[in-house]
Structures are given as C-alpha cells and as structure tokens.
Design a protein around this ligand. Structure first.
Ligand SMILES: O=C(O)CCC(=O)C(=O)O
Ligand SMILES: [Fe+2]
Length: 350
C-alpha cells in the first residue's frame, strides 16, 4: 500500500511522475499511477438527450472519444457549461447565480461536463476502478462515496482557475469556548483563519480525495493541473486574492495517467496558453458522512439502475452508513432507487 502522509516536512517535493505502475509521493499529497488502463472500453449511446446524436456513433468508444462526442452534443444542444474565461463574470438574477454566466456568450472558455455517471459506461467504470479502491481507499478508508464526476476540457485561452482545496467547506479546528465560523457560513473565499491557521490546534484530516484521469497529454502549456506539493499538510487554505508567492508545480504527463490527490491539496486548472484541448476527468470522492457535490442518488438515470453493480450503487451513495442515509430501517444495507415509503397511517378500524 503506498504511503501518502508519513508526517514529513511539507517542504519535500518528490518527483511527481515515476514511470511505473503505481507510486506514492510521500509528503506531496499526490499519488500517481501510470497504468495502461486507458483508454477504457466504453459503450456509447447511453445519453438520454439528443436522439439524433445518440445513434450516430459507433458502439465501442474509448473514454476520450465518448467525452468528445458528449461534449459536442452538449454544445450543439445548448447545454454546454463554460468557465475559465478571462473576462467572464458571474451574474446574479434575483439574488441567485444566473445560469447564463457559464456560457460562451458570457466569455466562458473551458467546457465542463457534469454527472458523468449518466454519460457512458466508461465513466461508470472509473468510479469502481481497482486503482480507485486502492488509492482513494488509502486516503479515506474503504468506505467512500462519489461526490462529483465531471470533465474539464481546458481549452486554449482558458485562464487559471486559482488554487483551492476540494474540502474548502471543512470547519477548521477551534479552541474550546472561542468563537468559530459557523459551518454554514464557511465560503469558497477562504477566511483569514483558514489562510493563516493556528497550528497549535492541529489540522483537519482529509475527507475528500480527487482523481484526475488524463485523457490527453497534460503539460504546463495546455493547462495541466496546478498543484502545491505538500500543501495538504499545512492546515492552511490558499488565499484567493494573491497566489503569486506559492510554489506551484504543473505536471507533464502522458494521456492515460491517473493523479489522485488529497482533498486538502492546493490545486486548480492551469491556464491553457497552447493550441490544443486538455482533456481531464475529475472523479471526486468524499467520506460517507458528507454531502455529495452532485446529487448522485437523485440525479442518476433511472434506466441504469438494473445494470448497476452493488459496488457502483454503494459508491453512488445508496449504501447506508452507520444508519445515515437510510429511509426507514437502519438495518438496510442498500436503499432502493424506488424505496417503499411508509406514509401517514391510521390503525385499522378507525
Ligand atoms: O481542471 C483541473 O485541472 C482541476 C479542476 C478542479 O480543481 C476543480 O474543478 O475543482
Ligand atoms: Fe478542485
């Protein structure tokens, strides 16, 4: 089992990419696998939108081809979600974020595709891949659930996303009796005691682990993920206003590489200053007591249920964890997608 958090200095920056099957990068917060598992075999045609597009492709596809055709279909059908534009500003309508903020018309560049569980068996295979069991399991323990399964196609002209952690919402350790930020008031823009924590209080453990499946070559030119090796052990979150002094690294890696990282690691999409698309799939997992970023149990395509393995159902969040996530009986192992609901009852005869 690779060792991820040996408690060493956060200054040690080991080589990120080692050409072997699976390596730990002690102290860096990154686990790198250079498997030959990609491209995944993938049966296309499971898309529930755009029937004219659905049947026009060959049936067996690599994950890369499936992603590209899904991206094109979402674009053609006006469903494309775009971010990473230099001049793109988030707009508000009636106090809520306006969806049109994330369009090409509003300057968005990078294409994001969400809920990949519904968009091809190749993506469902990623959720239950043995490397995920081993590497994510190493960080979170054997029980973890899918938080979000998305693609980020970083396109030429896309700007830096900005360093962040994928558990920005995790409360910081606090001193007994002292003021704390109420959990629901934690925001993506890190507060000062997130940026400069009191380390005498210790740091939070990882409760998220993220997998970046590289479906194209990644390089600093095409927007390879920025990382700050070792940042997961600092207890700090990056400052959203000034990141100029951080020791940012960008991996160069060939298509087929899997990078798994601790949810506390500072990272973000790099700027794509080249002329090719960077194709990344992000499979983010969290511990079972936390809320998923995408509502997998409600959002999952009902037609896929019968074909889902028990392992996939568990990963999607249908498994009851210590009586949490149950509907009636705390003894249930898995909840059903169409659960029996006990409704308002009256004793017979009344
Ligand atoms: O696209 C990337 O390289 C990273 C994206 C990311 O960190 C995120 O979406 O949270
Ligand atoms: Fe992230």
């Amino acid at each position: 089992m690779p060792s991820l958090i040996p408690g060493g200095s956060s200054q040690v920056i080991p080589p990120l990419f080692i050409p072997a099957s699976c390596h730990s990068s002690p102290c860096s917060g990154l686990l790198i696998a250079k498997p030959t598992v990609l491209p995944f075999p993938c049966v296309a045609g499971s898309s529930s939108i755009g029937s004219e597009i659905k049947n026009t492709f060959p049936s067996r596809k690599s994950a890369k081809d499936r992603l590209l055709e899904q991206a094109e279909a979402e674009e053609r059908l006006g469903l494309s979600f775009r971010d990473g534009g230099e001049k793109q500003e988030v707009k508000f309508k009636d106090g809520k974020i306006d969806k049109d903020s994330f369009s090409e018309a509003n300057g968005g560049i990078n294409q994001r595709l969400w809920m990949l569980v519904n968009k091809g068996s190749c993506f469902r295979d990623m959720v239950i891949h043995p490397l995920v069991d081993e590497l994510v399991g190493h960080i979170l323990g054997q029980d973890f659930i899918l938080s979000t399964h998305s693609a980020n196609i970083a396109k030429p002209g896309g700007v830096r996303m900005g360093l962040h952690t994928d558990q920005w919402w995790m409360p910081q350790p606090v001193k007994a009796g002292e003021n704390y930020i109420r959990p629901s008031e934690i925001s993506r823009k890190a507060d000062s005691n997130f940026i400069n924590p009191d380390l005498s209080l210790g740091i939070s453990p990882p409760v998220v682990a993220n997998c970046m499946w590289m479906l194209s070559d990644f390089s600093p030119t095409n927007g390879s993920t920025e990382v700050v090796a070792g940042s997961h052990l600092t207890g700090a979150h990056p400052d959203q206003d000034d990141q100029s002094s951080y020791p940012i690294l960008q991996p160069t890696a060939e298509a087929g590489t899997l990078m798994v990282f601790d949810g506390r690691l500072w990272h973000g999409t790099g700027a794509n200053t080249g002329n090719t698309d960077r194709l990344g799939v992000l499979t983010t997992f969290c511990s079972p007591q936390f809320r998923q970023q995408e509502n997998q149990t409600l959002g999952m395509d009902r037609d896929l249920w019968e074909g889902c393995s028990e392992k996939l159902k568990e990963r999607l969040g249908f498994k009851v964890w210590n009586a949490y996530g149950r509907i009636e009986s705390s003894m249930d192992h898995l909840i059903d997608i169409e659960p029996e609901r006990i409704k308002e009852l009256k004793p017979t005869g009344e």
